[in-house]
Each structure stands twice: as structure tokens, then as C-alpha cells.
Design a protein around this ligand. Structure first.
Ligand code: FAD
Ligand code: SIN
Length: 512
């Protein structure tokens, strides 16, 4: 058994920020990060557009950012949370810069601020089109310098250890030795990110399988608003399944137009903000256009833009397109909506506390009340930075008495068993992804959801039975977790009766 004071599951912006701050505050305490792939692999690493922060108080104001967030969340945001996150943003940005993260500046030395859908002002602080990569690089570099932080990469947390509604740590699979060990901790933080792989067509990388939310659910933590899946309107269209390259919303903020195959700027028909309507509206409009036309994709036209400035701001996107045979100076970029983000998750209060004692959550796996029915672009990195710091501040309060109950923890039963059939797992995963795309996509139908619910229950029973008499590996746990997440999305979609933001449900299909 390994003992640690703080066990952090996940090494994206949320987990790393908390680790760094708590390790600095308590140099004599042990901080352990377990992360299931390379340490920098995360949704964070792929973030493009940037972080929404009010920095220019002449043009912009906290109030405008708050209002944009509330409008986007379609009446379901918690206003106190929105106010807190927006107003704490500048301080979090200052820390990131102190840790060495670099953000683009104008020739006058001020931050260059991008614009994205749903924002009334330019307020997106960015590092070209690779903001997440830059943030991950800077914070991870700091983390490696702290002698009281241990980073265990290729370590997969399989389950939380709980008793009497306390979290006591987690079971962790070392993916190199395939051995599961017990990690006992005073405080456990879930910072496990998103769920995109459940849909197959996603902007998320392979790590995004909803493990933290599924583990929290098994530990009886409260999980809410899983029906609010955000589909990004502009993923690069390629007719294969799997993770898709994102064409940042900042490209539309820079002036790009959405067009049908015939060249029609269809967003004009849907919203007065046109291409810069919020993400839910743009994705739903594209979905409708594609259903009407039968086309595979719509197009993003950048050919009228200042191409030298475009290359400066979006070098990665420019090069990705070029490699795929698209010269953005004259060709339109083929795009489709793809799963991008989950707005719901593990319910936390304003200190990041879950409903299980000594278990905290932050970042994409959490449900804070910031996003409501649809997340405003570039509010996610901001939320992760603010909440990881809120948790740190809560736990650093000298008046706080953390009760750690003295309950015996069972060691993981690691009896040798036969290996699991990988082909079976792969086939089930592909079927699951197809089911989620067809029955729980941008527009949902009651009958499809009811059918999906039954199918998911069957698959859950089958995979749990398989688990009883086989050696369990990370592919098994990921699939079990994805089926659990699928069930949560479907059940909560059935429960929601009113269409809001990114959630659209009808009784029966009109286009199919
Ligand atoms: P992540 O960064 O996803 O980190 C999760 C970590 O948990 C990873 O290290 C993973 O390996 C680990 N993990 C997961 N399960 C386990 C397990 N069982 N055991 C051990 N470790 C585990 N947001 C913005 O605000 N602005 C943007 O411009 C922006 N652009 C984006 C572009 C793309 C392509 C994508 C995919 C997302 C974008 N987002 C953006 C969203 C944002 O990047 C994420 O929501 C945010 O980075 C999530 O951070 P996180 O720390 O919560 O999770
Ligand atoms: C993007 O760059 O379009 C992604 C921004 C976000 O997800 O907030």
C-alpha cells in the first residue's frame, strides 16, 4: 500500500495547478499525481482558442463576460459561480504568466485578445492556436521541479476507495506491470477531464473516456447535467471515425464564413450573430443544414481574410489544412460538428467539494454551475484554473480540520485470471460509439433514448460479468466507464423535459 497526503488523478490544467499550489504551500506533505498516459497527454494539451479573461477594462468589463456566460448557459448557470469565476480570472492569469506561460501580445505590448462565439468583446488570451500546449508545458515544468510531487505516468486509477461516505484513496493499475495497487490518501482530487471517446467522432484525444465521473458515480457522488454535451461546430471533416482535428472557433472570430457546398452563408438564416452565435446554435444549424441537403459537411471560408495575419495567429491550423491538401488562401475547409466537451459531471460546491467527504473534483469532470446548458467558448481552461485554486485555498485554511477516518482499507484482490478478449472489447466499444452518435447526438428523440437505455443496461451487465472472471486491464475499465457515462447521459436526457442550450430532444424524428 502506498500512502500519500494528496492523491491527484489526472495531469491536465486542473490536476497540475492544484498539485503545484498545494505542494508549494506544504513542502513537507506528499503529493502524488497518477495519470494514465504520458504526463502531458490531456484535453488541455489540445486547447486552441485560449482562455476567456477580462484584461482590457476599457473595452470590456466583468459584467459583460458574466452576461455572455449567462446567455450562453440559457438560464441554467449559477450566477454566483459565474461571478466568482469571471472575477478571479485575472489573478489566475497572472500566476500562469509567473509560471512561465507565454501569451501573444500586440506591437504595443498589450495582450492580443481573440474573439469566439457568444463573446460580446475580444477577451480570449491565447498562445497562437496552441494555448493548451503552452499552458501544459509551463505548469508541468514547474511540477517537475517540486521535490514533494511524484508524477506516476501510465498509471490508471480504476476505482475510488470509499467507506462511510469518506474517500480514502484509489486503486491504481500500473500499465507497465499490469499490477493494481492501493493508494491511501487524506485528500483525493478527481481531475480526469472529458468523455469524447464515447462518441468516437470527437475533438478529444484517446484519454477522454469519462473515468473520473464513472468512478465518482460508483462511489455514490452526485452527478448532474450529463445531458449537456457540447458539440463543436467546426471539426475538420474526414470520413473516418476517431479523434478529429479542431478548427478553432477563433477562426470564425477572425472573420471566417460558414458556407454550404453551394456557397450559401447559412448562419444568416439562424441567428443575428451569424457565425459568432454560441456553439450550440451553430452546431444545431449545421446539423439541420446537413440533414436537409444530405451533404457530408459544410465549409469554412477563410479566403477573404488577411492570410499573413492568419498564418501568424493560426500556424497549426494552416499547416494541418495544407497537409490535407487544403490551401486556405483559396480552398474552403470542410467541417462538421463533433463531440467536444461535457458541461455536466461530478457536482461540486464553490470550494470544489463533492458530496463524498475528502473527495474533490475540478476541471472538465466537474459540474460547478458555471456552464449551465452550454459552455461559453474558452471558459473551460478558466474554470479549471479558478477551481483548482479554490480547492487549494480551502485546504490551506489553517482553521480547517480534515477528518481522516481510521478505516481499514482492503488490498486489491489480484488473483491471477485469464486475459480478456481484446477483439470483444473493441467491437463493443465501436457499437457503443455508434449507439451514442445515433441515439444521443446533437438532436435526440425520446424513443431512441429509451432504446439506448435498454441496450446500455444489457452491455453493462455483460461487461460486469466478464470482469468477474478475467484479468482486468485499462481497456476493460475504460469501456466499463464509457458504458456508465453513456447510461448517465441517456438517463438524464430522458429526465430533462425542456430543451435548453445544447440539449435538443423531440418526441419523434422529422428528418431521419
Ligand atoms: P484534461 O486536460 O483532459 O486532463 C485529464 C487528465 O486525467 C489527463 O492527464 C488524463 O490522462 C487523466 N486521466 C483520465 N482518466 C484517468 C484515470 N482513470 N487514471 C489516471 N489518469 C486519468 N477550453 C478552453 O477554455 N479554451 C480552448 O481554447 C479550448 N480548446 C479546446 C480544444 C480541443 C481540441 C479540446 C479537446 C478541448 C478544448 N477546450 C478548450 C476544453 C479544455 O481544453 C478542457 O476542458 C480542459 O483542458 C480540461 O482540463 P482538465 O484538467 O479538466 O482535463
Ligand atoms: C476553440 O478553439 O474553438 C475551442 C475553444 C473552447 O473549447 O473553449
Amino acid at each position: 500500500m502506498t500512502n500519500t497526503n494528496y492523491l491527484i488523478i489526472g495531469s491536465g490544467v486542473a490536476g497540475l495547478t492544484f498539485a503545484l499550489r498545494i505542494a508549494e504551500q506544504f513542502p513537507d506533505k506528499k503529493v502524488t499525481i497518477v495519470t494514465k498516459a504520458n504526463a502531458d497527454e490531456s484535453n488541455t494539451k489540445y486547447a486552441q482558442g485560449g482562455i476567456a479573461i477580462v484584461t482590457d477594462k476599457n473595452e470590456d468589463s466583468y459584467q459583460k463576460h458574466i452576461e455572455d456566460t449567462l446567455i450562453c448557459g440559457d438560464g441554467l448557470c449559477n450566477e454566483s459561480v459565474v461571478r466568482m469565476v469571471v472575477t478571479e480570472g485575472p489573478q489566475r492569469l497572472k500566476e500562469l504568466i509567473e509560471w512561465g506561460a507565454k501569451f501573444d501580445k500586440n506591437s504595443d505590448g498589450n495582450l492580443n485578445l481573440g474573439k469566439e462565439g457568444g463573446h460580446s468583446e475580444n477577451r480570449v488570451v491565447h498562445h497562437k492556436d496552441q494555448t493548451g500546449h503552452e499552458i501544459e508545458r509551463a505548469i508541468l515544468g514547474q511540477v517537475y521541479q517540486k521535490s514533494n510531487i511524484t508524477v506516476l505516468d501510465h498509471h490508471f486509477a480504476t476505482d475510488l476507495i470509499t467507506a462511510e461516505n469518506y474517500c480514502l484513496g484509489a486503486y491504481v493499475l500500473d500499465q507497465k506491470t499490469q499490477k493494481i495497487s492501493t493508494y491511501k490518501s487524506d485528500i483525493t482530487l478527481l481531475a480526469t477531464g472529458g468523455i469524447g471517446i464515447l462518441y468516437g467522432h470527437t475533438t478529444n484525444p484517446a484519454i477522454a473516456t469519462g473515468d473520473g465521473i464513472a468512478m465518482a458515480y460508483r462511489a455514490n457522488a452526485s452527478i448532474k447535467e450529463m445531458e449537456f454535451i457540447q458539440f463543436h461546430p467546426t471539426a475538420f471533416y474526414e470520413p473516418t471515425t476517431g479523434s478529429k482535428f479542431l478548427i478553432s472557433e477563433a477562426v470564425r472570430g477572425f472573420g471566417a464564413y460558414l458556407r454550404t457546398k453551394n456557397g450559401r452563408r447559412f448562419m444568416i438564416d439562424y441567428d443575428s450573430r451569424e457565425e459568432l452565435a454560441s456553439r450550440d446554435i451553430v452546431s444545431q444549424s449545421i446539423d439541420l443544414e446537413l440533414k436537409k441537403s444530405g451533404d457530408d459537411c459544410v465549409y469554412l471560408d477563410c479566403s477573404h481574410l488577411d492570410i499573413e495575419a492568419f498564418k501568424q495567429h493560426f500556424p497549426m491550423i494552416y499547416n494541418h489544412c495544407l497537409k490535407a491538401g487544403i490551401d486556405v488562401t483559396k480552398d474552403w475547409i470542410p467541417v462538421v460538428p463533433a463531440q467536444h466537451y461535457i458541461c455536466g459531471g461530478i457536482v461540486v460546491d464553490m470550494d470544489g467539494k463533492t458530496s463524498v467527504n475528502n473527495l474533490f473534483a475540478c476541471g472538465e469532470c466537474s459540474q460547478t454551475g458555471l456552464h449551465g446548458a452550454n459552455r461559453l467558448a474558452s471558459n473551460s481552461l478558466l474554470e479549471a484554473l479558478v477551481y483548482s485554486s479554490r480547492i487549494f485555498e480551502y485546504l490551506s485554511n489553517p482553521a480547517l480540520k480534515t477528518e481522516v477516518p481510521n478505516i481499514a482499507i482492503p488490498e486489491y484482490n489480484s488473483m491471477e485470471k485469464p486475459e480478456i478478449d481484446t477483439d470483444y472489447l473493441n467491437t463493443l466499444k465501436a457499437n457503443l460509439q455508434q449507439l451514442m452518435r445515433q441515439n444521443a447526438g446533437i438532436v435526440r428523440y425520446e424513443t431512441d433514448l429509451q432504446n439506448a437505455k435498454i441496450q446500455l443496461l444489457e452491455w453493462k451487465a455483460a461487461i460486469e460479468k466478464l470482469g468477474e472472471n478475467h484479468q482486468l486491464n485499462s481497456a476493460y475499465f475504460e469501456l466499463l466507464n464509457m458504458i456508465t457515462i453513456g447510461s448517465l447521459i441517456v438517463t438524464q436526457s430522458i429526465e430533462r423535459k425542456e430543451n435548453k442550450g445544447g440539449f435538443v430532444k423531440f418526441e419523434a424524428p422529422s428528418f431521419k
